[in-house]
Design a binder for this molecule. Sequence first.
Ligand SMILES: [Cu+2]
Length: 490
Amino acid sequence: MRITSIIVLFSLYSTIINAAPTAVPTLEKRQETEQDPGFNTNIFDSFKPLEVTASPITREYTLKLAKAELAPDGFSRIVLISNGRYPGPMIRANKGDQIVIHVKNNLNDFTTIHWHGIFQKGTTFYDGVAGLTQCLIPTGTTFTYNFTGGEQYGTYWWHSNFGSQYVDGLAGPLIIHDPKDPYLNDYDEEFVMTLSDWHHVYSEKLVKIRMTPGYKGFNPVPNSGLISGRGRCDCSKAPQGSKCVPDNPLAVYVVEKGKRYRFRIINIGAEAPFTFSIDQHPLRIIEVEGENVKPVTLNKINIAVGQRYSVIVNADKEVNNFWIRATIVKQCIHVSPETINVNSSLNYMVTGTLRYNGAPDAYPTTQEWEEKVLNCRDVDHNLLKLNPPRPPPANPTDNFTFRITFDDFDSVGHALVNGFPFKPELEDPTVNKMMYDTTPSMLKQNQNAFVYDTQNGVVEISIINENMATHPFHFVTYIITIINHSSPIL
Ligand SMILES: [Cu+2]
């Protein structure tokens, strides 16, 4: 079935319908292993590209979702784990492969899983956004996602897209290798690294406070920051009776002197942007969110929530330990008395170690780069040039303006698009409505649907952020080109 009207649904996520049959090629079975709940230590292992097959194959994975007590920053709490691990396992495929993922929900709660950055061309119904593209997956059941990245390659991630579950741990990397990656010869091995802000209180509780009618404050302040699921908090500030271990082990990435590494860095956090750097090691950016760019070398990069960067790090220094720094920029999150968890005693300097093989098992003593970066801003777009270059599409056929404000709606503070918050209808997802008898004009205002009906049209969208905070915008299913970026009006 083909729907010719094209709908732009703007919420946190937007989707396009273009149903086309997909062939399922040969199957490559993955072994599942039962494990005790624990940390994902595989995330510190280097890896090489997958073997290239003559034609695309099916990569089959199982994600068993459950809850377990873990202490990512030393403080014990219930964490949502996948296959017994936090952060969740890495899912990998080659360009064009079919990706089949069986999600076994043992959370005692509903869930859905979204594949962040994958266009889902022809498989909108596997996009995993609760209330927008699918109904909830009940506990005790398995839901199988089945999609291909098509021509897509690069660094993505998967996460729960129901409520705020991903903030409690349901997230992991999703990598699509391109056998013809232009930079394959520029590095020897790869690593993946996640950055996240972390809370001690289950996010559902925090969201409940945040969304209480009449609440006038800001978003909750995190308790710590994590690099690949490891961080440290100040146990002296933990509530009485809680389990908290100081000096929690931090992330350690071990490199061989003389080798070059591609680090795929993903911010899987709730709100905080990070300024990322590795002492004495410049970062050569080669990929930004599934797009190859002409290499540009910076010593520090800002990475906002949902963003991904691939950087090449050359292990060409003396055998030693070097700090990896993922600093939460204080100015970018609202730490004021009018918020939740204001006494979190958050240590903004989130660290890990880049250890050369042979260096002692000790903390680094290295100094931070002196480079200054603009707080709460992206890497300068003017520095990032697509490789190969691709001109923006000419002549927009449709124009939309999204005014982003943060204001009360039904007495609850919401992010609003042109005055309305998106309200997911969990039992009748928006895309479901479109499949049956609803026409775009019949959608309620709170579906925030922006409709265009031009075959092969080009949509120009102006986003005006009228709020003082920074907000990354995530356009699912589209390659977008930034045409203009005004300087902030403060
Ligand atoms: Cu996402």
